[in-house]
Design a protein. Structure first.
Length: 441
């Protein structure tokens, strides 16, 4: 259970138990001050007093005097005193009491009295039925009551803490899913049906998520429509370029080649925007499969190495002979390809690009690292480089040919695998991109 639950539980439980202990201590102290004797001692003293009082009245005035004395006593006291003659008759006519007294579990004491003529009488003094163990006075009763209070307060504290921690746990889980990019996450029932502050917060969070999702869909539709609308004029422009080149000969060959180059760059940008939309919106299918990541890394390094200038160190790969994973092969390829191409664009041509892969010993995660020896980037910009169209002018100028989408596409692919991607500057210059993916098998 979350730590908040235990904090609430112990806070409530200790508060209740503190109140119970203080109350028990005050009651015990007051009881000792007002009733200094134990119930047993008080009962024995009352028997002696009753025996002396009724015995004196019986010897001096006979049964009539005793009868008058008993009738003058308060009913609660009189109901505890019974006087029987030798034939078993009660002096106040309560003969039925004898039968009940024999079967009752109440504590009783019997004393023998004599009247002035030598007649024998039996005095029966009743004591109320002793209470249950946890209600009886004394240290044992107090201990049992405290134990019962501890159990009861623990149950109450558990219910209260759970009723407070569970909604917060649900809200926190939904907020984490939203932060990870799942804009379809909702708190939902039964929390959103509550009519308290938790219900209001749940409904507000769901409303906010719905608005964010609508805004994302609208933004994706806009970018998708714009990208698709750009494809048609680009295609017509390429056809026009070929026609112009054929008709003009060598008169404007340089200008036409420049126009073609810019057209290719624009077409590449449109393709990257569409790739980013597919990955970030989750429209593209996610199809995990089992494959050897080491084999994919070897193929990828070979493909990307074709772009390395002749004589340059190229890509230095370091990974196990086999690295079985379960992931979307196409997404992993696309993420690593973008990271590698980004490193080639910005690294020192005389230094190799390092591609490393390993399995974490503590779990099933696979860690992939791409390290270059470029100029690095400011520490304050490390998180921004994974945003679409993010650029760091100090080290990544437009002259390099990048559009600021490669790392965003890689980050989107990593998030779809519920992994994480981070960047940090290397000691001695350069940048390290680290991808952690929970895909190992």
């Amino acid at each position: 259970m979350p730590r908040l639950f235990w904090k609430l539980f112990f806070a409530l439980w200790l508060s209740i138990m503190g109140f119970v202990v203080i109350t028990a201590w005050v009651n015990a102290t007051l009881a000792r001050q007002t009733i200094p004797d134990s119930p047993e001692v008080a009962f024995a003293r009352n028997i002696d007093k009753a025996e002396l009082m009724l015995g004196t009245a019986l010897r001096r005035g006979g049964p009539p005097a005793v009868e008058d004395m008993l009738r003058e006593l308060p009913r609660p006291v009189r109901n505890h005193l019974y006087l029987f003659d030798e034939r078993g008759r009660e002096i106040l006519g309560r003969e039925r009491v004898r039968r009940h007294l024999e079967g009752r579990r109440a504590q009783q004491q019997r004393r023998e009295l004599t009247d002035g003529q030598g007649g024998r009488w039996e005095l029966v003094v009743l004591r109320r039925t002793p209470p249950a163990r946890f209600l009886e006075p004394g240290s044992r009763g107090i201990a049992l009551r405290l134990l019962l209070a501890a159990v009861f307060s623990a149950v109450v504290s558990y219910v209260l803490a759970r009723s407070l921690a569970r909604p917060l746990e649900s809200l926190g889980r939904t907020s984490r899913e939203l932060a990870e990019g799942d804009l379809g996450a909702r708190v939902g029932a039964p929390l959103d049906a509550r009519r308290d502050e938790f219900g209001n917060l749940a409904r507000d969070l769901d409303s906010m998520a719905a608005r964010l999702q609508e805004a994302q869909h609208a933004n994706n539709r806009l970018l998708r429509d714009v990208s698709h609308e750009l494809r048609s004029p680009l295609a017509r422009q390429r056809v026009a370029l070929e026609l112009a080149r054929a008709r003009s000969g060598d008169l404007v060959a340089g200008e036409l080649e420049r126009i073609e180059l810019e057209s290719e760059r624009l077409e590449a940008l449109v393709d990257q925007v569409l790739d980013l939309l597919r990955e970030s919106s989750g429209v593209a299918p996610f199809e995990p499969e089992r494959f050897d990541l080491a084999e994919l890394l070897a193929d990828l390094a070979e493909v990307v190495s074709y772009e390395v200038a002749e004589g340059a160190p190229g890509i230095l790969a370091e990974y196990p002979e086999t690295l079985p994973v379960e992931a979307d092969r196409e997404l992993i390829w696309r993420a690593l390809e973008n990271v590698l191409r980004n490193a080639l664009l910005h690294s020192d041509p005389g230094a190799p690009i390092e591609l490393r892969a390993r399995r974490e010993s503590a779990g099933a995660d696979v860690v992939l690292q791409v390290l270059d020896r470029g100029a690095g980037i400011p520490e304050s910009q490390l998180e921004r480089i994974f945003d679409p169209f993010a650029r760091v002018e100090e080290s990544r100028a437009r002259s390099t040919g990048g559009h600021g989408l490669g790392l965003a596409i890689a980050a989107a692919a990593v998030r779809r695998h519920r992994g994480e991607i981070r960047a940090r500057n290397r000691a001695g210059g350069g940048l390290e991109i680290c991808l952690r993916l929970p895909v190992a098998v």
